[in-house]
Design a protein around this ligand. Structure first.
Ligand code: A3P
Length: 341
């Protein structure tokens, strides 16, 4: 008998459940749920949509994480340029250690293997690692919304949080094309139109996207020394000025001598889309992220087009109207605006 979509979802959900702790199972039954993008379901947990394994990691992070004086946290909603931000922050912070670009770790490691995700790696799979001997400053990445970060991380005056934001039009297209590749074959596929509706309803990992963006944006206005809010489109337009700001914010400002020697341009080139995409590790490798064990993830999925405005090749006029209207409603009065081209 051929399985129907409903039985496929039930079978996949049962497989997922095998890896869930009792505590998580008890929690999940109390949470609102919707169809997931790469898991059978996503759940509304602490006000945002999340996959079961992420919820488990986030709970562990919230319970066990202790901030350290010089922590750096790179925050994004998925598909906003996380890989790029990880490469840039790693290169800026470690530029004295790896001044010889011939043997720079970014040439042989995917950025995700140099800057771990809190929820997909550090606290994944019920791990509670000792983070005290991490190289200083510790650099972490996360997709967790600001309000759900561990308390000491939020309160710290010395933790530096960098948020990279991308316009929702391109972020949606990038998410759809990426997540389609990661959706297990055991789950029924869904259409582009359905995905768009789910995105606009807020039903996507870490969504609703507007709450994620506004959470970090508002904090960056309140405490600019604590949260730096960057935009993907601005970085594409003028990477040098943005790297100057980023270096200063992270406590690794570029000296006049470095400016003269073109160190900022060297970092921009090393981390550029064209450079990273062509590296062997990013063409044929698989990131070692604990979360991705047994998944069909490949590093090359992280480097698609890297452009601003590719959405025009995918959106129809009614989608343009719908997302424009939604953004107007959600961002009105916030001061947050986006370049779409
Ligand atoms: P597209 O799918 O629009 O090409 P994330 O790293 O958060 O998963 O985001 C992935 C998006 O960033 C993809 O966008 C990818 O191509 C783009 N990207 C990856 N590396 C980049 C880089 N070095 N510079 C600019 N964009 C990059």
């Amino acid at each position: 008998m051929t399985p129907t979509p409903t039985t496929e979802v039930a079978m996949a959900a049962a497989e997922e459940e095998e890896e869930e702790t009792e505590e998580l199972k008890e929690l999940l039954v109390t949470l609102p749920k919707e169809k997931g993008w790469r898991t059978p379901f996503i759940y509304k947990f602490q006000g945002f949509w999340s996959q079961p394994k992420e919820i488990q990691s986030i709970l562990s992070f919230q319970k066990h994480f202790k901030t350290s004086e010089s922590d750096v946290v790179l925050a994004t909603i998925p598909k906003s340029g996380t890989t790029w931000l990880k490469a840039l922050a790693f290169a800026i912070i470690n530029r004295k250690r790896y001044s010889n670009t011939q043997n720079h770790p970014l040439l042989t490691s995917n950025p995700h293997d140099l800057v771990p995700f809190i929820e997909y790696e550090i606290y994944a799979n019920n791990q509670v690692p000792d983070l005290s001997d991490f190289a200083q400053p510790r650099i972490f990445a996360t997709h967790i919304p600001y309000h759900a970060l561990e308390e000491s991380m939020k309160k710290s005056d010395t933790t530096k949080i960098v948020y990279l934001c991308r316009n929702p039009f391109d972020t949606f297209i990038s998410s759809w094309l990426f997540l389609k590749k990661l959706r297990p074959e055991s789950l029924p596929q869904f259409s582009f139109e359905e995905a768009f509706k789910m995105y606009c309803d807020g039903f996507i990992g870490c969504g609703p996207f507007w709450e994620h963006m506004l959470g970090y944006y508002n904090e960056s206005l309140k405490r600019p020394q604590h949260v730096l809010f960057l935009k993907y489109e601005d970085m594409k337009e003028d990477i040098v000025s943005n790297l100057r700001v980023l270096g200063g914010f992270l406590g690794f400002p570029f000296s006049l001598e470095e400016e003269r020697e073109g160190v900022i341009e060297d970092i921009a080139n090393l981390c550029s889309f064209d450079k990273l995409k062509e590296l062997e590790v990013n063409k044929s490798g698989k990131a070692a992220m604990a979360f991705l064990n047994n998944s069909n993830f490949e590093n090359n999925y992280l480097f698609r087009k890297g452009q601003v405005g590719d959405w025009v090749n995918h959106f129809n006029p009614s989608m343009v109207n719908k997302l424009s209207q939604l953004m107007e409603d959600k961002f009105q009065g916030s001061g947050l605006s986006f370049k779409l081209h």
